[in-house]
Design a binder for this molecule. Sequence first.
Ligand code: NAP
Ligand code: F7E
Length: 357
Amino acid sequence: MTQRKRALLTGITGQDGSYLSEFLLEKGYEIHGIMRRTSTFNTDRIDHIYEDPHSSDARLFLHYGDLTDGTTLRRILEEVCPQEIYNLGAQSHVRVSFDSPEYTVDSVGMGTLRLLEALRDYQQRTGEEVRFYQAGSSEMFGLVQEVPQKENTPFYPRSPYACAKVYAHWQTINYRESYNLFACNGILFNHESPRRGETFVTRKVTRAVARIVAGKQKKLYLGNLDARRDWGYAKDYVRAMWLMLQQSEPEDYVVATGETHSIREFLDIAFTRVNLNWQDYVEIDPRYFRPAEVELLLGDPTKAKTKLNWEPSVTFKQLVELMVDADLEAIGQPCQNGNGGPLDHAMIRANMTSFVS
Ligand code: NAP
Ligand code: F7E
């Protein structure tokens, strides 16, 4: 009987960790995820795929650990003996990284180094190849030096988060070249979904749309509406991570849609989905401005398309609408009218009488 492949994931409880776990389970993998101990449950995104580990069918296993704790990472690696590692764990919020720079750099930068060190020793000791995926970010391009951004576009990071990702990126290359590790950097542009954290701008908007429709929120406070991002669908992006580790050579890849849109465009589509004008609800709160902003990101995914045969499957408009619909559903509001069109305006107004005159 052939042994099933084992994958070890950091960040399994996050947006990408949950989609990647689903994807790998479908491919027949056994999954081991490292999760932080928290005083309340943090497994919402993976509860639907979790099985009692006592069951003989169980293929998803969770281990307590933290990227700031190298001893534990090492122990888990020795126990699990994976064929693939996906390093998705991070303090991933750019604005928060200005408030907590040391912790961000510790988890994102040093965390990656700790994992690479453990992997280097494991591979040297056992002689077994373990393929490594590093979750790099378009934030590394920061103050962009070239449009669109490609694999060889110079980095100009603009936040503690982005500086730490650049460090992790180069350490991954350094370990590949120094110790012959099969280590790949994905340079992923923003990717979103109904599982996106509620404080990232896309989810903040779609969740607010649903809450406004339900009469639970009156205003939406945002920062810089002029920033432009290359937004894709998270489910598509985890497929690219896996594809990178299935190639004959370890390389780095940009994963993006090749389109850029402003926060205003996102607002337009999101509020139009429920027949509202975003201008009636959105207010600017300077607290959401960043000390240094990344104004424009636009990726060139040509390499991923040609070498990995990867394509995004969801358009920008579809992405916004699927996120709005999911938030409406989560709050108990019907997503669409009987004709499959946007929600009925009068019905929304009826639900909003508490605050709309
Ligand atoms: P996310 O939803 O914020 O998930 C981050 C994960 O990391 C969570 O499981 C979180 O655990 C875990 N984590 C945080 N601090 C940790 C620590 N000290 N030790 C161990 N685990 C820790 O992020 P995501 O959107 O899934 O992104 C996945 C990865 O891709 C991240 O590295 C992110 O920086 C990177 N990335 C994301 C995007 C994007 O647009 N989504 C684009 C480029 C790169 P809790 O659940 O306990 O908080
Ligand atoms: O901000 C602007 C904000 O926080 C996008 C992370 O996954 O993608 C993400 O980082 C833009 C910025 O994502 C609000 O100033 C306006 O220009 O949704 P975001 P991000 O900073 O691009 C990259 C690729 C990652 O790697 C990161 O891990 O939206 N914006 N008003 C706002 N942003 C937030 N969060 N909240 C606002 O109220």
